[in-house]
Design a protein around this ligand. Structure first.
Ligand code: SF4
Length: 214
C-alpha cells in the first residue's frame, strides 16, 4: 500500500493556508542571494538587504562580483553575520559570473546539488533551495521547521532521511515541492513559532499515524 501520510499533511496544510507561490524573488539569482542571506535570520531582514542591494544595482552576478566587499557588508548588515555573508555573496557571484548561470542551472539535478554544496557556506538546505527555487529542479527542501513538525508527529530522521521520505512519497514535481515547503514554513511560523501547540492540527491529526511502505 502506498503511504499517504506525506500527501495527507500537504492536503491539510493547503486546506488551512491556501496556495503561497514561493519563493518571493524577481530573478533566479535573487533567489540565490536570498538563500545565503536567510541563514540564521528572519526573512524581513533579508527583504531589507535585498532592497538595499537592488538600490545599489548589485542584484546581478557580475555587478555583485565586482563590488567592494565592504560595500556589500554595509548593505547586508541587517541580516547578521554580515562579513561572512558579504564574502559568501561575492564568492558565489564570482562563481556564477565565471561559469555562467545558464550553464550551471542546466546541469542535472544531482550534479547541480553537488556543485552548490561545493561552494563556501552552502549546506544541504541552501543547496536544495537553490536547486528547487532558482533552477526549478525537483529537490525537496528540509529545514528546521520540517524536522520539528515531523518529529512532533512521530517521524524522526536526519536531513537526508527526511528528504528521501518526502521525495519517495511524492511525485517528482517542482511546483508541488515549492508549495509544500512554503506551506510548512508558513504553518510553523504561525504555530510552532508562536507556541500554539494546543491548537496544532498536524499534531492532533497525524501524530503516530503509521508510515506504511510498499
Ligand atoms: S505547533 Fe507545536 S506540536 Fe505542532 S508541529 Fe509545531 S511544535 Fe509541534
Amino acid at each position: 500500500m502506498q503511504n499517504e501520510l506525506v500527501s495527507d499533511i500537504y492536503e491539510a496544510l493547503l486546506g488551512m493556508i491556501g496556495h503561497l507561490q514561493w519563493w518571493p524573488a524577481d530573478t533566479p539569482f535573487e533567489v540565490v542571494i536570498g538563500t545565503i542571506l536567510t541563514q540564521q535570520t528572519k526573512w524581513t531582514n533579508v527583504e531589507k538587504a535585498i532592497g538595499a542591494l537592488k538600490r545599489s544595482d548589485l542584484i546581478e552576478p557580475e555587478q555583485l562580483a565586482n563590488a567592494d566587499v565592504e560595500h556589500i557588508e554595509e548593505l547586508v548588515r541587517c541580516c547578521g553575520f554580515y562579513r561572512q555573508k558579504a564574502k559568501r555573496l561575492k564568492d558565489i557571484a564570482q562563481f556564477f559570473t565565471t561559469e555562467g548561470m545558464d550553464n550551471i542551472f542546466q546541469l542535472p539535478t544531482e550534479e547541480l546539488r553537488e556543485l552548490m554544496l561545493s561552494l563556501n557556506g552552502v549546506g544541504n538546505e541552501t543547496a536544495d533551495s537553490i536547486v528547487l527555487y532558482a533552477a526549478d529542479k525537483p529537490k525537496f527542501v528540509i529545514d528546521a521547521y520540517t524536522t520539528r513538525i515531523m518529529k512532533c508527529i512521530g517521524i524522526e530522521g536526519n536531513y537526508m532521511q527526511l528528504q528521501k521520505l518526502f521525495e519517495t512519497e511524492l511525485p517528482s514535481d517542482v511546483p508541488l515541492y515549492k508549495e509544500y515547503h512554503a506551506l510548512i514554513v508558513e504553518y510553523a511560523k504561525n504555530y510552532c513559532g508562536k507556541k500554539q501547540c494546543d491548537d496544532c492540527v498536524l499534531l492532533h491529526s497525524f501524530k503516530d499515524k503509521e508510515v506504511k511502505n510498499g
